[in-house]
Design a protein. Structure first.
Length: 344
């Protein structure tokens, strides 16, 4: 109605200011028709009260036990009140624990507001935000407290000269891009979208969030992927508490597992910071050097100048031309925000 009134005014008065107002209003309406409102699948993730029990103990814990030993633990909901606990000698992954150190794994059912993990040597009682650790004979060995780690690059601002690919205002820089409102901010959804901009050598920053889907397993649990140059996939998956393989979070799909699994709990915002050097080709189109990338997951280097001998199957083959950034849709509500790149 407002737009129709403005058109009538122009016909009568020829008012150029109103012409500008119509152009502005039309652009806003076109943008709003794409971005306004919350996607129903995302709203369900917020409102799903059935997940309240699963969120109760989900997370990371750390503490010092008897004798000065530092331990970390990750607790993973498996659905219907069941949990898996993974204990890490010397601290959490990326903060003391490395692949050559011990882990202990146990599963247990929540009962009366607590979870008790047991093995032949210890009993761990998880209640509220505290793990209390006992020896087999009942001696208290110490406690571990829940904490929430954040990536040091979360919210990183694009430097001068960066190409802002998504800042929460529009999906105009994307082919098949779709935005939605989620918890008061606009996010980009994983919809098999790719950038209109193409890239050779570049630095990339993006933030992603996997959903909590406790009854799913393996590749059905928060699956997506970041295809650098539309050729090389850095996997996204809710692999919190898993070993960290090439098809899990941080893995370069089918090429290399991450040095350490830095996956935070589902529903946490996480970061990838990627330095990419494109493959080199001679004048006859023959490859002379492999592509190479360094990946920091939540601030920790998980691939350091990794040579990429081939492209990931299913997207563009290797070649000398620049190519877009692609975000995979695997029918999981994985979300993205704060995406920018610096060409080199």
């Amino acid at each position: 109605m407002l737009l129709l009134q403005l058109v009538r005014s122009i016909l009568i008065t020829g008012n150029m200011a109103m012409i500008c107002r119509i152009a502005t209003l039309s652009a806003w309406l076109a943008w709003a028709s794409v971005t306004s409102g919350a996607d129903p699948s995302l709203q369900k993730l917020i409102d799903d009260k059935a997940l309240a029990q699963d969120r109760m103990f989900l997370g990371e814990y750390v503490g010092v036990l008897e004798g000065g030993a530092r331990w970390g633990a990750q607790v993973i909901p498996l659905g219907e009140g069941k949990y898996r606990g993974v204990g890490y000698c010397d601290g959490l992954p990326g903060d003391g624990w490395t692949r050559d150190k011990k882990t202990h794994t146990a599963e247990a059912q929540e009962a009366n507001g607590e979870v008790q993990f047991r093995d032949d040597h210890t009993r761990v009682v998880l209640r509220d935000d505290t793990m209390t650790v006992y020896s087999a004979d009942g001696t208290k060995l110490g406690t571990m407290k829940k904490l929430q780690r954040k990536s040091p690059t979360l919210g990183a601002k694009p430097p001068q000269g960066a190409i802002v690919l998504f800042d929460g205002t529009s999906d105009r820089g994307w082919k098949k891009g779709k935005t939605s409102e989620f918890k008061g901010e606009m996010v980009l959804m994983s919809t098999d979208c790719e950038t209109l901009e193409t890239f050779g050598d570049h630095q990339l920053h993006l933030e992603f969030r996997t959903p909590l889907v406790p009854k799913e397993r393996g590749q059905g649990r928060g699956n997506s992927g970041v295809y650098v140059q539309d050729r090389y996939e850095v996997q996204i998956l809710d692999s919190f508490g898993l070993s960290g393989e090439d098809n899990e979070c941080g893995g370069v799909y089918s090429i290399r597992r991450p040095e350490v699994n830095m996956c935070f709990p589902p529903e946490s915002w996480q970061t990838y910071d990627i330095d990419f050097r494109a493959a080199r080709y001679d004048t006859q189109g023959q490859k002379t050097e492999n592509a190479q990338l360094t990946v920091r997951h939540n601030g920790v280097v998980i691939h350091d100048k990794l040579s990429l001998p081939m492209a990931t199957k299913g997207r563009q083959p290797e070649g000398p031309s620049p190519a877009p950034l692609y975000l995979q849709d695997h029918q999981n509500p994985v979300l993205f925000r704060n995406i920018w790149a610096v060409k080199r």
